[in-house]
Design a binder for this molecule. Structure first.
Ligand SMILES: *Cc1c(COP(=O)(O)O)cnc(C)c1O
Length: 229
């Protein structure tokens, strides 16, 4: 099942890239494996997947030692400051940084371990109350403050668009995030690069790719429905 699903997703990524006149290698697929058993991650790995997304620290810590070392782990969920120390040197990118306090903690823990942490700034583009993320208006000044921290490298922006039945509804949110990244890039802030845009999930990733996504985060489309019981 996972192999077939991956083929379907891959074909859709390719056709979205073609429609947008983008190269396939500009977009990286993150297989969002939260709640899924390790056996399913191993199946995806065997099919060639190397980027996995998880949203809970405990689950990441359980799964990381059970998969080969060349997996790139992405922390895509809300991160509590007291848990940063467990994963800062184990994930390749933290997608969900939305406050200076969290960034300070990440920088401090990364320093202790002698590394630089790669992060994205999460922006709540649609302004949904239920979601984490900084606002579009505050994003730039947050980036400027975070960029001054010693052990952090800002790589771009991330957003979680609203749940919708019709992906076209989210196009303007993706467009807005892309625009914001261009605006911030133009400020030439030291230690800040806006090349990475993490946006698009199972329901709307083709539109996100058309609007400039460089990472798409796909769970259900690869592993099937999640069971939260
Ligand atoms: C769960 C999750 C996804 C994947 O969602 P699907 O709709 O299953 O593809 C993507 N991004 C984040 C931040 C998530 O928490």
């Amino acid at each position: 099942m996972i192999g077939e699903n991956l083929k379907t997703v891959e074909a859709e990524i390719c056709s979205s890239c073609r429609r947008a006149s983008r190269n396939r290698d500009e977009v990286t697929l993150i297989a969002v494996s939260k709640t899924m058993p390790v056996s399913m991650l191993k199946e995806a790995y065997a099919e060639g997947v190397r980027d996995f997304g998880e949203n809970k620290v405990q689950e990441l810590m359980d799964k990381i030692p059970q998969l080969p070392a060349d997996v790139r782990w992405h922390m895509i969920g809300h991160l509590q400051r007291n848990k940063v120390k467990y994963i800062v040197d184990k994930v390749s990118l933290i997608h969900s940084v939305d406050s200076l306090r969290l960034a300070e903690e990440i920088s401090q823990e990364a320093s202790k371990k002698g590394i630089t942490a790669n992060i994205l700034i999460e922006v709540n583009v649609a302004g949904e109350e239920s979601k984490f993320g900084t606002t579009v208006e505050e994003a730039c000044s947050l980036v400027e403050s975070i960029a001054k921290l010693p052990a952090i490298s800002v790589k771009g922006l991330m957003t979680i668009a609203p749940y919708t039945e019709s992906p076209e509804d989210n196009r303007h949110y993706f467009h807005r995030l892309k625009q914001l990244s261009v605006d911030i890039q133009q400020k030439n802030i030291d230690n800040v690069n806006m090349a990475t845009l993490s946006m698009g999930m199972t329901g709307d990733f083709p539109v996100a790719i058309e609007e400039g996504a460089t990472y798409v985060r796909i769970g259900t489309g690869i592993f099937g429905e999640r069971d939260y019981q």
